[in-house]
Ligand binder design. Sequence first.
Ligand SMILES: [Mn+2]
Length: 265
Amino acid sequence: MATYAIGDVQGCFGMLKRLLDRIEFDPATDRVLLVGDLVNRGPQSAEVLRWAMRNEKSVRVVLGNHDLYLIARALGALARKKRDTLDGVLDARDRGDMIDWLRTRPLAYRNNGHLIVHAGILPAWTADEAEQLAGEAEEMLQSKDAAKLLSSLGEPPRKWSDKLRGLDRVVSIVQVLTRMRTCWKDGVPNLEFSGPPEEAPAGCRAWFDVPGRKEKDVTVVFGHWAALGLHVGERAIGLDTGAVWGNKLTAMRLKDRTVFQEAAR
Ligand SMILES: [Mn+2]
């Protein structure tokens, strides 16, 4: 009986199945936490969603930017992009079930000293604050304002302030939780740079390396940053190892941080 966190699957259902075989995943006793971006770019997004839904008792997911983008496409809030591989979901007979299910997933999930988010949390946030702010965003995502929120996520990032209200506040929260990799010195998330941390522009560093991180009680487990690769830090664990780019899909057994990887074929 163990809990595993698994990195960005992005529609790579074959790799996910092989990785589950490798860890001898038993839905009756084990738990799997997916760090988001279940869909897009890879070949079998619908199969990944149906598997997670079928195993809802033992599988927990948090939403990533590609999952939100799929919801936006389904709601007609954003137009199709060239590299999308979402037709298997959008054209499916059970599309409504998949989108409704995805739309009610959390943006942050706390599990025994670990906080699972897709991208990161601001250095100024405690784990409790991050969870509470995620809850505010989840509420809007499940409301009639969802399309407005989803079509606003491309706006330039702002400096976070607890005084932000309404749409601006929720856009900032979702940008941090699902898209941030690095932060500027003044704490504003950089949403442009996606390269490896050592190539980050001057004055910008990985969100988990910003000095004075407030959150002290949990290890943040995240994905989203394929160029970072497997990152096992004291209080931050990055698990996006580029499965969809022909690299690896990674699982970590959280109790002892044992890493299991499955290579692309
Ligand atoms: Mn992502």
